[in-house]
Design a binder for this molecule. Structure first.
Ligand SMILES: C[S@@+](CC[C@H](N)C(=O)[O-])C[C@H]1O[C@@H](n2cnc3c(N)ncnc32)[C@H](O)[C@@H]1O
Length: 245
């Protein structure tokens, strides 16, 4: 599928997505991914940060509120960027751009780069990884939240006759490529790759893999977001903390 067609899917999804991000409960983000992502970012006071595939700007705003000097959010979807600009503070900038080609950024300018559920959307995540390596200052970090490879492979919950979840079926793990599904009723395409493919590309780009986190729900978060209970059984997400030494 061409990059234009992939982007059209995000244009189609943008209105319900923006509404959900701004008015929905966002259990996966607030209850599962935000805490380890923010912790991985560390002290961001005064830092210059790139947010790859920023969507409507949710995480960029969080970083700006926490003291980042400048956050540049980039996304290919015009509607997402328009929405992000509506709520932006002085510390934020948003630009329509493809995260696989950062040629508009000269060199080693950024302290930190974020990819919050974006690499699974990219036909060429290696290009994005190499580009981020290029634009980070020495000592900079790239923090990536992604779909867990175990869950981006073909798989679903197998249920008993009463609809009770028995276990997740995993298949075709080694068949990398496109996965087509629907989100909020809209056709969406993701890309599945194995854990080995991701980690090899990070090392090949020159990054050290500092840490891999498989977020799971805490009892406290399950009290607030009961829908996270299955996260105790099967991981949906993974976070890579990479550093440019
Ligand atoms: C799952 S959303 C995540 C948005 C945001 N990071 C968040 O967590 O709310 C993925 C985003 O990546 C964007 N995207 C997909 N392919 C892209 C590309 N090649 N370059 C830039 N953005 C892209 C989509 O438009 C969408 O906004």
């Amino acid at each position: 599928m061409s990059q234009n067609n992939l982007n059209q899917q995000w244009q189609n999804l943008a209105d319900p997505w923006i509404k959900e991000m701004r008015e929905g409960s966002n259990a996966n983000r607030k209850g599962l991914l935000d805490p380890p992502m923010l912790e991985a970012c560390g002290n961001i006071n005064g830092k210059k940060i790139l947010d790859c595939g920023c969507g409507e700007g949710r995480f960029s705003r969080m970083l700006a509120k926490r003291g980042a000097a400048n956050v540049l959010g980039i996304d290919l979807c015009e509607k997402m960027i328009e929405a992000a600009r509506e709520l932006k503070s002085e510390a934020e900038e948003y630009r329509i751009a493809d995260v696989q080609d950062l040629s508009f950024i000269q060199g080693e300018e950024f302290d930190l780069a974020i990819s919050y559920l974006n690499q699974c959307d990219l036909p060429d995540f290696i290009a994005n990884t190499n580009e981020v390596f290029r634009i980070l200052k020495p000592g900079g970090k790239f923090i990536i939240a992604n779909l867990h490879p175990m869950r981006s492979a073909v798989g679903c919950w197998l249920k008993d006759d009463n609809g009770k979840k028995k276990h997740v079926v995993l298949d075709d793990y080694f068949a990398e490529g496109q996965r087509h599904w629907k989100m909020m009723g809209v056709e969406l395409t993701n890309f599945h790759r194995t854990l080995a493919t991701y980690t090899k590309a990070y090392s090949d780009a020159g990054f050290s893999i500092e840490r891999i986190i498989e977020p799971t729900a805490t009892a406290e978060m399950i009290d607030i977001y009961p829908e996270l209970i299955d996260e105790l059984r099967v991981p949906n997400f993974i976070i890579y903390i990479l550093s440019k030494n």
